[in-house]
Ligand binder design. Structure first.
Ligand code: HEM
Ligand code: HEM
Length: 394
């Protein structure tokens, strides 16, 4: 039977339940795997696929959740099997409400985080990536990440209780609770009433108010301790980059073409006492514009942004003389990791740091433009220019 009755779950409700259950469990596993994978040039490609999968599953859950609720509203809810066990019925019903809310709170908080961040792991779909009215904002991304994390804990704990309850019914009580959801068997007394309905709804609301309220206030992270998938750089303590430009200049048929990346982030950890530190820059290669040849530059022959949407520069800073510094490290671009040295001037005045420098790359090191083996149409060297200002948080 497709629809519910007072004693059974219809096919549609069961398909919704198990499809969403599998997707949720997969997404919890992927989310945790991502959280505990170290961020480095080596893991960037893996993390990108992992998070794109995670996000795509997550938004699928959101759409299924909308359909599920529309369907559930139009259906009778099967009666509790043991209405006389007031506490147990109340706990089970509360868990159901908490789970219903979770399939909205988790994807929406995830999507807000994705929209607010400078992205590198896209949702694999043809629809817009970002939620409307959601600004690109680091502080919003941190808030959403924290709501996502605390809600994930609530979800995981509730799923654990929910699954334990289902197993208890199957193994100890040997009643039809699990069978009713698994194969649609009709069990229970159709005239039983659910005395706990509004109390369990209120309890679930209280759980979510506590969780989301807590995520926004007492559990809110301090600025530097949030690790996000998008911006490994954010883990580095130290200077906060306020603004800047990252531009490149290439030579095309003898003429110079300059363009740049609209989306990139840098974390600078620098100690003026010793003149040493680290710089970690994550560049969204999809944000490249390069005069009239933006599309070619982003295509498979050059930056190949579909396969490599992110470039990462990680370097150790050393002071050469006065404002003159170098950052020696590696640049991972278009799937190739190449040693690179960035020369720059660093000026610090009243807590503000200005960085201005650059380097020259050879496109052949990154396997770019193999179809252009000489310099007649595209030059080998690419000038990179970086300018940024940063402040040190109190
Ligand atoms: C894989 C482990 C799972 C098992 C064994 C399981 C088992 C069950 C069972 C037996 C019921 C029927 C309870 C009753 O009739 O009183 C049920 C209902 C329900 N389950 Fe699960 N479940 C699992 C995972 C999940 C997950 C991950 C979610 C998260 C969304 C979830 C959400 C719900 C909801 C909201 C209900 C209420 C019925 C409805 O309105 O569809 N379940 N589950
Ligand atoms: C079924 C829905 C979802 C579940 C159960 C879920 C669960 C999780 C879990 C358990 C984590 C690891 C803990 C953490 O770092 O917060 C995580 C991380 C993450 N999720 Fe989700 N998620 C869901 C949907 C989404 C969606 C729709 C998006 C974006 C469109 C998303 C984006 C992210 C991101 C970017 C992270 C990394 C957060 C960070 O490192 O701070 N998630 N998710």
């Amino acid at each position: 039977m497709i629809t519910n009755t007072a004693t059974r779950y219809g096919l549609v409700a069961r398909v919704f339940h198990w499809t969403i259950a599998v997707l949720i469990l997969a997404d919890i596993a992927l989310g945790l795997l991502g959280k505990f994978t170290p961020r480095s040039g080596d893991t960037v490609g893996f993390l990108q696929v992992l998070y794109s999968t995670h996000k795509t599953i997550g938004v699928t859950v959101l759409f299924l959740a909308v359909l599920r609720v529309i369907w559930a509203i139009s259906q009778p809810r099967p009666v509790p099997l043991h209405p006389e066990r007031r506490v147990e019925t109340f706990a089970a019903e509360t868990a159901h409400w908490v789970l219903y809310a979770a399939i909205f709170v988790l994807p929406i908080s995830g999507w807000v985080m994705h929209s607010a961040e400078v992205g590198f792991a896209p949702i694999w779909w043809p629809l817009p990536q970002n939620l409307p009215f959601t600004p690109k904002s680091e502080s919003l991304a941190i808030i959403a990440a924290n709501v996502h994390w605390i809600s994930g804990i609530v979800l995981a704990a509730t799923v654990a209780a929910h699954v334990s309850g289902a197993l208890k019914h199957a193994v100890l009580d040997r009643d039809g609770t699990l069978a009713r959801m698994w194969n649609g068997r009709g069990v229970g007394n159709a005239s039983a009433t659910d005395a706990n309905k509004s109390a369990s709804l209120l309890a679930a609301l209280a759980v979510w108010m506590f969780a989301i309220g807590g995520a926004l206030t007492v559990f809110a992270p301090t600025h530097n301790d949030t690790a996000t998938s998008q911006l490994p750089a954010r883990q580095a303590a130290g200077w906060v980059v306020k603004d800047g430009t990252l531009s490149i200049t290439i030579t095309q048929i003898g003429a110079q073409v300059t363009g740049g990346f609209a989306s990139w982030q840098a974390a600078v950890d620098y100690d003026p006492e010793t003149g040493t530190g680290t710089i970690n820059t994550v560049i969204d290669t999809t944000s490249l514009t390069l005069g009239a040849v933006s599309d070619q530059a982003k295509g498979p022959e050059f930056f190949d942004v579909t396969s490599h949407a992110q470039a990462v520069f990680e370097g150790e800073i050393a002071q050469i003389d006065g404002p003159q510094h170098t950052a020696t490290g590696t640049l991972t671009l278009a799937g190739q990791t190449v040693p690179v040295t960035l020369d720059f001037d660093l000026d610090i005045t009243e807590g503000d740091a200005t960085v201005s420098g650059g380097t020259v790359l050879d496109r052949r090191d990154f396997g770019m433009g193999a179809a252009y083996p000489d310099e007649s149409s595209v030059g080998f060297s690419v000038d990179v220019l970086i300018e940024l200002t940063a402040t040190r948080p109190e």
